[in-house]
Design a protein around this ligand. Structure first.
Ligand SMILES: [Zn+2]
Length: 79
């Protein structure tokens, strides 16, 4: 089941599998390629977001550590 789109240049129906329009030779817009679009959009922010994520993970780990301690304390009381 091929996905199709209309060529931006000649408006003919082409398969998204083609990198170039077979009718007029125009290169398909990369913006139609969602993974590439995401990759491009994320690229500049990725480093900052990764740092934020690592920071959040570190905080989450601290929370889990204290939570684990509380749970263990609670369980040891009930045993
Ligand atoms: Zn075309």
């Amino acid at each position: 089941m091929d996905e199709v789109k209309f060529c931006d240049d000649c408006s003919k129906l082409i398969s998204t599998e083609y990198n170039y329009c077979p009718w007029c030779g125009k290169k398909r817009e990369r913006s139609m390629d969602l993974p590439s679009l995401l990759e491009q959009a994320m690229g500049s922010l990725e480093k900052i977001q990764m740092e934020d994520r690592l920071d959040n993970l570190a905080k989450l780990e601290d929370s889990l550590d204290s939570l684990e301690g509380e749970i263990n304390a609670f369980l040891s009381k009930t045993r």
